[in-house]
Write a protein that binds this ligand. Structure first.
Ligand code: 16G
Length: 242
């Protein structure tokens, strides 16, 4: 009931549809940390799929750390989901959750192939067809970030698929990143960048680069976000590993 029907017609394989449903159920707290999942054979029956499909779906979520298996007693929702979800959010989601209205001014939207120099930093192979999105991103009326995103063409049906949120468009195509690496660096903003971000000469700049990956490890996004002055706080929770 939580997940709804799996559908052969969708272009997403059944096991991925099941994974998506389980992820949503966990996100929406319909399933909570430490909850036991029904036995695999019950899930297979409920969704009218093979046990192999169910097994494949659960294996993926176990390796992502969303579910855990306990010898002899089944599969459970892992108790660390909140942190892993809180990390990989989009600008639209970040601003909405702060009660602000996200808005973008498009500076450039284009199609091309990865150059050898770009390949070094993005991780895309040289010659890969890509879409490029360059936006100035606002929260209400305040410019927050100048953003350059590069996405491999396989991940989206077209350049026009991205109207407001990139992550929404990727999600619709079944290609939203599931994990990411992020690098933060202090930078000097150029005069045009400072102007776009409504900063003052000499303001500090922050560059955040993100490389997003699909579950199977393919890179699905490389983005560079420039922030000016103290408009943005990055907060991370740190824990010791046990
Ligand atoms: C955030 C991400 C960026 C992503 C964008 C998608 C950081 C540092 N970067 O800006 O990687 O492409 O969100 O936002 O958080 P959208 O779905 O609103 O277009």
């Amino acid at each position: 009931a939580i997940i709804g029907r799996l559908n052969e017609e969708q272009n997403l394989p059944l096991y991925q549809q099941l994974q998506r449903g389980l992820r949503r159920a966990i996100e929406m707290k319909l399933l909570n940390p430490e909850d036991a999942l029904p036995p695999e054979r019950d899930l297979a029956e409920e969704f009218n799929v093979s046990r192999i499909t169910v097994r494949k779906a659960l294996d993926g979520l176990v390796s992502e750390g969303l579910l855990m298996r306990r010898q002899g007693s089944g599969t459970f929702v892992a108790s660390r989901v909140e942190k892993s979800f809180s990390k990989l959010s989009s600008f639209t989601e970040d601003m909405t959750s702060r009660g602000k209205t996200p808005r973008s001014v498009w500076l450039r939207k284009s199609q091309g192939v990865v150059s050898p120099e770009e390949a070094m930093s993005t991780g895309f192979a040289p010659g890969t067809p890509v879409y490029r999105f360059n936006r100035l991103r606002y929260a209400d009326d305040t410019p927050m970030a100048l953003e350059f995103c590069t996405v491999p063409a396989f991940a989206l049906p077209s350049l026009e698929a991205v109207q407001s949120s990139l992550y929404d468009a990727l999600e619709k195509a079944g290609n939203r990143p599931r994990r990411a690496l992020q690098r933060l660096r202090a930078v000097l903003l150029t005069a045009p960048q400072t102007e776009l971000l409504h900063g003052k000469e000499g303001d500090a700049g922050l560059l955040v680069e993100r490389r997003g990956f699909l579950q199977d490890g393919r890179t699905v996004e490389f983005s560079q976000s420039y922030y000016c002055g103290d408009t943005y706080d990055f907060v991370a929770e740190l824990t010791t590993s046990e």
